[in-house]
Design a protein around this ligand. Structure first.
Ligand code: FPP
Length: 289
């Protein structure tokens, strides 16, 4: 653990990288995501495959949360966003919802030490006022205690929906307009971004989804525009260091172009006749006679 960087009493910085972490990053030739976001799916299936109740999968899932959070911090990720509870998840049976909320409180109590030891700052995004008061209180306390940490930001998406986030941002902007602090013609991608739940954290570079589904499920809709997507068949409780490293290796092998071309892209051969096509020369025009 590196020494306090000042600010909040007891605040900590990122952990010193271990030789293994340095070697792993070296093996990726410096291609490493600053921000990883994860759709933690398959807890229920993991438990049911073993003949257990679904919530046992959620409990085991908290172990993966601890392991992946610690490894991400150790490897030097700047931000990790975990989809812990969607707005749609409120439709689940009361018992499952209340177990998830109590697991959240348990996690926050038990893992404060891990967060402090690794210099991690906790942030929650979503409609947090939907959560039971005891969960809101536990979140507030953990956010306050970790606020001065200068290492990785761990964002828990709770009662989160991407469409709701954009709608909430638009409402907040409209209220500023009504109050005379903003003008409607100021709406653009950058100003709207200021009204998202946590505008200070950059877009995810890599979105991982466990348990095989090929969906975004209303996760970070605005921010996911240029994220690389990685799906694994492993259920979240089985997603540990080897699976995380495999995802990071897959990311390192991707070519990200953000809609552009590399500066050294070759002029393609075989352009003969293209000008004629573009100008609508008769031999290429449609229809004929
Ligand atoms: C999806 O699995 C997972 C969730 C709805 C909740 C994720 C929660 C945790 C990992 C534990 C609590 C988290 C924290 C941060 C303490 P699913 O139940 O939809 O799986 P299924 O598709 O197999 O049914």
């Amino acid at each position: 653990m590196s020494p306090s960087s000042g600010g909040q009493a007891g605040a900590t910085g990122p952990p010193a990288p271990t030789p293994e972490a340095l070697a792993f990053r070296e093996s990726l030739r410096g291609v490493f995501p600053d921000h990883v976001a994860i759709i933690m799916d398959g807890n229920g299936r993991w438990a049911q495959e073993r003949g257990w109740v679904r919530v046992r999968g959620h409990k085991e899932g908290t172990e993966s949360v601890r392991e992946i959070t610690t490894i991400a911090a150790e490897l030097g990720c700047k931000s990790l966003t975990l989809y812990a509870f969607s707005r749609e998840n409120w439709k689940r049976p009361d018992f499952e919802v209340s177990t998830l909320m109590r697991l959240l409180r348990l996690y926050l109590r038990r893992e404060l030490r891990t967060l402090m030891d690794n210099g991690i700052r906790l942030v929650a995004i979503g409609r947090l006022s939907d959560l039971p008061e005891y969960a809101q209180r536990a979140l507030r306390e953990t956010m306050e205690k970790t606020a001065g940490n200068t290492g990785m930001v761990l964002r828990l998406a709770l009662s989160y929906g991407g469409r709701t986030e954009v709608a909430d941002a638009l409402r907040a902007f409209s209220e500023e307009v009504a109050a005379g602090r903003r003008r409607p013609d100021e709406v653009n991608e950058e100003t709207l971004r200021e009204y998202l739940y946590d505008p200070g954290t950059g877009d995810p570079d890599l979105i991982i989804r466990t348990a095989g589904e090929m969906r975004l499920s209303n996760f970070l809709l605005w921010q996911a525009s240029y994220a690389e997507f990685y799906v694994t068949e492993d259920c979240w409780p089985d997603f540990r260091r080897p699976q995380f490293e495999a995802a990071l290796r897959a990311f390192a092998a991707r070519k990200r172009k953000f809609g552009a071309l590399p500066a050294d892209a070759d002029e393609p051969a075989g352009l003969e006749g293209l000008e004629d096509v573009l100008e609508g020369a008769p031999e290429h025009s449609e229809g004929g006679s």
